[in-house]
Design a protein around this ligand. Sequence first.
Ligand SMILES: [Zn+2]
Length: 107
Amino acid sequence: MNDIKYVIDGFKSLKPILQAQVLKTDYEGLGVSDAEELGEHFNIAIKCMEKQIPKKPIKINSVEFKGSIRMSFKSADCPVCGGHIDTDDEPFFCSHSGCGQAIDWSV
Ligand SMILES: [Zn+2]
């Protein structure tokens, strides 16, 4: 298991434990809202880490440049946001705002 998957699993199992502790402590009477906020922050962190794990793009179109030194070109849709991505700009991450999904172009 790689480091990111290990940390994601850790965050997923820690979240309910920490939320239960926050609820039990109920610091300054804010236990319920603090637990909700903690859950939201954990969810965002988990989502960000999951985007670091490369995913295959969908609907890949390939263009081969035979007899040229130019490398082949691929365009596709991002598997997370559905935005157009290609191997020319930002080949390793989806550059659509707020996305940033890591892309695995290998077949
Ligand atoms: Zn995207």
